[in-house]
Design a protein around this ligand. Structure first.
Ligand code: KIV
Ligand code: NA
Length: 264
């Protein structure tokens, strides 16, 4: 069993093998996903919604992310563990350095931060200190109040141009990965082509190097509104490990996502 590293993921991007990513928040689900062949396990701040019952990710604290990251890290042998830096934990580079240390010491291998060009200095500082960063662009849920809701981003020519530029600026600043959430599939394809680093997508079409879903969505545990990029893999599996394997196979074979899951 070879551990998944940034080197592994860069090679996968180059060879065109799709990279699979799923959220997990505890050791048991992390272990089952790891055994299903998921390459990146994301300790998402979506836990504020799916575990804690909040209507946004804003209430999540660094302490809570540290707790869940520790649990996921204990359950994981092969996959890369990515942890979200929660709302306002990286408002300044100094805060980012301190909180990033706590999350890396809890067992994360890479941290995900939401934002555009303004994040470049923070990305540079983290990266220079040995902390790989995934820059989350497009629909950034921590900014839901600023964005005016959970809405598709990059639909106008100007905002599409800005996203392309932000992606380039963050990569130049040292981001090791990018994540695009809810952007038109054609724009995600253009950013993926421009980027030298692996690009993860959710609601971003099939052209990104990797796909991610919130675990609960994949398991059909939706309560209320179901976004169009969600697919329930329990309908084609006998049990939860089978649903994770079905997701991995569907992403690797290019069967998920299909056009109906994307935006244009
Ligand atoms: O918190 C999360 O689960 C995420 C993914 C949806 C990308 O950031
Ligand atoms: Na998140």
């Amino acid at each position: 069993m070879k551990k998944v590293t940034l080197h592994t993921l860069t090679q996968m991007k180059a060879s065109g093998e799709k990279i699979t990513c799923l959220t997990a928040y505890d050791a048991c689900f992390a272990k089952v996903q790891d055994e299903a062949g998921v390459e990146i396990i994301l300790v998402g701040d979506s836990l504020g919604m799916v575990l804690q019952g909040n209507n946004s990710t804003l209430p999540v604290t660094v302490e809570e992310m540290v707790y869940h990251t520790r649990a996921v890290a204990r359950g994981t042998q092969r996959a890369m563990v990515m942890a979200d830096m929660p709302f306002m934990s990286y408002a300044t580079p100094a805060q980012a350095m301190q909180n990033a240390g706590l999350l890396m010491q809890a067992g994360a291998h890479i941290l995900k931060l939401e934002g555009g060009a303004w994040l470049a200095e923070t990305v540079r500082m983290l990266s220079d200190r040995g902390v790989p960063v995934c820059a989350h662009l497009g629909l950034t849920p921590q900014a839901v109040n600023k964005l005016g809701g959970f809405r598709v981003q990059g639909r106008t020519p100007e905002s599409a141009r800005e996203l392309l530029d932000d992606a380039a600026i963050l990569e130049e600043a040292g981001a090791s990965m990018l994540l695009l959430e809810c952007v038109p599939s054609s724009l995600a394809a253009a950013i993926t082509q421009q980027a030298q680093v692996p690009v993860i997508g959710i609601g971003a079409g099939a052209a990104t190097d990797s796909q991610v879903l919130v675990m609960h969505d994949l398991l059909g545990l939706n309560t209320g509104y179901v976004p169009r990029f969600v697919k329930n893999f329990m309908t084609e599996a006998e049990d939860i490990p089978g649903a994770f394997r079905a997701y991995v196979a569907a992403v690797k074979e290019g069967r998920f996502p299909s056009d109906e899951h994307g935006f244009e």
